[in-house]
Design a protein around this ligand. Structure first.
Ligand code: FES
Length: 104
């Protein structure tokens, strides 16, 4: 089953930044980029490092631990040491309200 869950408002995430958002037993990263708002799994696929303290560079997130990089929109792993893509989740906006589509 697929659900749209309210996350926050657009003002809650600075431009070129991200926030951590926990829901159920999962944790996510919600981004405000030059290309819009996006959502991925919160943990880096290299080690159990949350991306919330990472740096957003355009549409790229750089992990704070070993500086591996992912494309935020596609989740694609871009540079060592990361080699496994991040899972991404659909986002929709209703006015200033941000919703994420999660399964389960
Ligand atoms: S934990 Fe993210 S690059 Fe190593």
């Amino acid at each position: 089953m697929t659900n749209w869950i309210h996350v926050c408002t657009t003002d809650d995430i600075d431009e070129e930044d991200l926030i951590r958002w926990d829901h159920g037993d999962k944790t996510y990263a919600i981004y405000n980029t030059e290309a819009g708002f996006f959502a991925t799994d919160g943990y880096c696929t290299h080690e159990q490092q949350h991306l919330e303290d990472g740096i957003v560079i355009g549409k790229v997130i750089e992990c704070p631990l070993h500086q591996g990089r992912f494309d935020i929109q596609s989740g694609k792993a871009l540079s060592a040491p990361v080699c496994v893509d991040l899972t991404t989740y659909p986002i929709k906006l209703e006015g200033e309200e941000i919703f994420i589509q999660v399964t389960g």
